[in-house]
Design a protein around this ligand. Structure first.
Ligand code: HT7
Ligand code: ZN
Length: 846
């Protein structure tokens, strides 16, 4: 496959002045007529007229009304064109019903639907399918379906046809069309400047009862973006559509967002608190793209983090404002460490702005999204809130309507602050997770305390040597009583080694370093259990308080695994004290009860030079949970009281925090009472959060046969709930049982490999059962590899994403390594393997 390089970017030879599309819908033979006004691009030198096009049957082509015969290739067409402006017209035929890749125009249960980002529009018609070519689209849809939607504002409609016009120039990746038998949950929003916007959430009949929460989330997002970023919505209508077959979470098409139904539909009976929170965040994310992505888009796909990193950062700020800021920050860091750190420290490591790719779909990664958001968080910390707000205002002002680069983005910060951001820019070009080590010096006589830091980023593929990066390190100092003697101070580290001094102290302080996780680094520092226990008890920074508990748990697990030690009493005591503290937010206490995942422990062991044994890690995790259950047993009842929720179910921060703590306690309680409490909760639950939490406990306890059958019987008609049923019983079961269970579930009548949600529910959940996936006999690897090979022929994008569990193969023992490598090689050797999967497995094997 061909490699595309950032350095080779050149502007397109033409500008698009207007695009008219007419769709005549048919599942097997949809006709697409295009009329596009082109003019020479004064900023370009190369005037080759190339239009992308894939899997299209060209029926006719005309330039300025005269028939032409373009040269066709697999990737598109070229044609001789006049020197000045001209009109291109073409008619193509496509087959949406045969499109199982879910890219371009496809069908989901009788409904027509599109997904064009990143390069799907070229499967709809011939077009310069690149984000720097922006045009004003007018779309006519003809089809015998009640609802016909496209981007922008509705123009005219009649029986079996509708016309839409989007006044805002946009790249083709933001094009969307939906047609089907849909019903709307409608509402209305008045913008700050008084414009009325009609809001519709379109769903399949039967799903109307799952729309109210999504609509409220949309209205909250619209208001928040006005209040915090000064951004108003800019069309008369905002449509959201829920689709069952979708490769990712959702897509921000201009004025017509398309959502995976799992990312928008919710009701208390069928959705967990976590689902509600995720839906609120995704609705916000897609809505926020209207400015950060749509009004200002990316010049090329190497700049993907320009819209994704910024939009993730904005949606995190939104969730922090709507719910609890510390809880959101801790959850984001858990997620970053679980998904981005392994990526950045393995064969798939790439910079936040990559310099080359073969298949852009493989770069919608945790690095681009989550590390991209961390980079913006650091920038904001460094320049301060006020300068950040000014820089963003300038960004919107200066670049509205443009396709931009990271250079444009950084220039607004440089212009507003006068800072030289050349070194900061390394965050965009250098891959890998920096490691930060610390030395302390205390001069009692002078009352001077010095922190000396050393930063080092290990080599990553193609980048053996790294230069020092700008690290904002937030530090606070506590005295021996636990009082804060130096409030959070931002140290700006720019050198490989650098010292910072605090004067005027009356006693040796205890440092709280990297507060709020102020930079996405690994902090290599072992202050010992006493200091961690002290910070767990006293740190005023909630993130570092949680981190102290997390590190105690990590060290306990390490000692259990490598030295056969018993679970650490200091950790158990600290947690027991904290979890009882009713002044603390229950959601925070629930997070405190969590422990590192088994996969995280494998990573930590590997970093410390010990080959991880998945069975030993599982045994240690079980022993720690048992010890915690024993330690907390005397306060189970008191905790259950603290988790009591008054009144009707609401998926708000307060109630869901209580339920999160309740679920954490229930899982410990199940270890003591054999599942009696969980079974009672399962039977009496009137919401999915409580029901699923109880079922998960029963699965973990191996007491699940009846409950699983009852749950299936109750929910067999609801595809989103059934995804939970499939996933949870595989992820939470004992490792020995995971493979037989996953194999059996692939034979279940409701298993449908063509539906990405269902495929992920089985195969993705299996890979999350760490010791089950990493069975010593290698059968877990073979099972996943077999299914990936099968799926690749239908849906390359989802297949390639689901290769990720293999990325850590070099961590494990020789036997497992060889079996994982062989499974990867078998995937790589599959005849006609997609470009997507080929790129992923070959990067992993390199
Ligand atoms: N911008 C979108 C990214 C995306 C996508 C979404 C759905 C299906 C395929 C996709 N390819 C790329 C999602 C987002 O970040 O908002
Ligand atoms: Zn996004």
């Amino acid at each position: 496959p061909q490699t595309i390089y950032l350095k080779d970017y050149t502007p397109y030879g033409f500008v698009v002045e207007a695009v008219h599309l007419t769709f005549t819908l048919d599942p097997d033979a949809t006709r697409v007529k295009s009329r596009i006004a082109f003019a020479p691009n004064p900023d370009a030198t190369d005037r080759t007229f190339f239009l992308h096009g894939e899997d299209l049957t060209l029926l006719s082509a005309r330039i300025d009304g005269a028939e032409v015969t373009p040269s066709l290739t697999e990737a598109g067409l070229t044609c001789d064109v006049p020197d000045g402006p001209f009109t291109w017209e073409a008619e193509v035929e496509i087959a949406p019903d045969a499109n199982t890749a879910l890219e371009g125009l496809y069908m989901s249960d009788g409904m027509y639907c599109t997904q064009c980002e990143a390069e799907g529009f070229r499967k709809i018609t011939y077009y310069p399918d690149r984000p720097d070519v922006m045009g004003v689209f007018t779309v006519r849809i003809e089809g015998d379906l009640p609802v016909l939607l496209s981007n922008g504002n509705p123009q005219q409609a009649g029986e079996g046809w509708a016309e839409w016009h989007d006044p805002w120039p946009k790249p083709a990746y933001l094009f969307a069309l939906v047609a089907g038998d849909l019903v709307a949950h409608s509402d209305q929003f008045t913008t700050a400047s008084g414009r009325d916007v009609a809001l519709n959430l379109w769903v399949r009949p039967g799903d109307e009862g799952k729309c109210a929460f999504g609509m409220q989330a949309l209205k909250k997002s619209m208001r928040w973006d006005e209040e915090v970023y000064g951004r108003e919505y800019d069309l008369d209508v905002f449509n959201i559509v829920a689709v069952d077959d979708f490769n990712m979470g959702a897509m921000e098409n201009k004025g017509l967002n398309i959502f995976n139904s799992a990312a928008v539909l919710a009701s208390p009976e069928t959705s967990t608190d976590a689902n509600f929170e995720r839906i609120e965040a995704i609705i916000a994310h897609e809505y926020f793209h209207n400015w950060t992505g749509n009004r200002i888009t990316c010049r090329d796909w190497f700049q993907l983090c320009l819209k994704e990193g910024l939009t993730v950062f904005r949606d995190s700020e939104f969730t922090a404002d709507m719910r609890s800021a510390p809880v959101k920050r801790i959850s984001d860091v858990i997620d970053l460490r679980a998904r981005q750190f392994p990526e950045d420290q393995g064969p798939l490591s790439h910079p936040v702005r990559p310099e080359s790719f073969q298949e852009i779909n493989n770069f919608y990664t945790a690095t681009i999204y989550e590390k991209g958001a961390e980079v913006i968080g650091m920038l904001k910390r460094l320049v301060g809130d006020e300068a950040y707000a000014k820089a963003l205002a300038l960004y919107f002002d200066r670049h509205d309507g443009q396709a931009c680069t990271i250079e444009d983005w950084l220039a607004v910060f440089a212009d507003v602050t006068g800072r030289d951001l050349a070194q900061f820019k390394r965050w965009y070009s250098q891959a890998g997770t920096p490691r930060l080590s610390v030395n302390e010096e205390w001069d009692a006589e002078a009352g001077r305390y010095t922190l000396s830091f050393h930063q080092h980023t290990p080599p990553t593929p193609g980048q053996p040597d790294k230069a020092p990066q700008v690290l904002p390190i937030a530090v606070g100092l506590l005295n021996a009583n636990g009082d804060e003697v130096v409030e959070t101070t931002l140290l700006e580290m720019t050198e490989a080694e650098q010292s910072f001094t605090f004067e005027g102290l009356t006693g040796r302080p205890v440092p709280s370093i990297l507060r709020g996780f102020s930079a996405p680094v690994v902090l290599d520092r072992d202050p010992g259990p006493e200091e961690r226990a002290f910070l767990l008890a006293h740190d005023t920074d909630p993130f570092n308080r949680w981190e102290a508990g997390r590190q105690l748990a990590r060290e306990s697990l390490l000692a259990q695994i490598t030295k056969g030690a018993a679970p650490d009493a200091a950790y158990l005591d600290g947690i027991a004290t904290l979890v009882r503290d009713d002044t603390l937010d229950p959601a925070f206490r629930a997070l405190m009860l969590g422990t590192p995942t088994q996969s995280e422990m494998a990573q930590v062991l590997h970093e410390r030079g010990t080959v991880p044994d998945p069975d030993a890690i599982h045994a240690a995790a079980e022993a720690l949970a048992e010890a915690k259950a024993l330690r907390l047993a005397p306060i189970f009842d008191a905790l259950a009281m603290a988790c009591h929720v008054e009144g009707a179910y609401a998926p708000d921060a307060e109630q869901s925090g209580k339920r999160a703590l309740g679920s954490a306690v229930l899982s410990l309680q199940t270890r003591r009472d054999g599942g009696v409490t969980a079974r009672a909760q399962f039977e009496s639950a009137d919401n999915m959060t409580l029901q699923l939490a109880a079922l998960t406990c029963l699965v973990r306890a191996g007491q699940d046969a009846e409950a699983l059958a009852a749950f299936e019987e109750q929910w067999r008609h609801d595809r989103l709930v059934m995804d939970k049923w499939f996933a949870m019983q595989i992820a939470a079961t004992a490792p020995d049982n995971a493979l037989p269970r996953a194999e059996a579930l692939t034979a279940h009548p409701a298993f449908d490999m063509k539906n990405p949600n269902r495929f992920r529910a089985v195969l993705g959940a299996f890979a999350m059962n760490h010791a089950g996936f990493h069975r010593a006999d290698g059968k877990g690897y073979d099972f996943v590899a077999d299914w990936l090979v099968k799926l690749d022929a239908k849906n390359p994008q989802t297949t390639a994403r689901m290769c990720a569990p293999f990325q850590t193969w070099r961590r494990y023992d020789a036997g497992r390594q060889e079996k994982m490598r062989a499974a990867l090689q078998r995937i790589a050797d599959t005849p006609s393997l997609s470009r997507d999967t080929t790129e992923m497995v070959s990067r992993m094997l390199q």
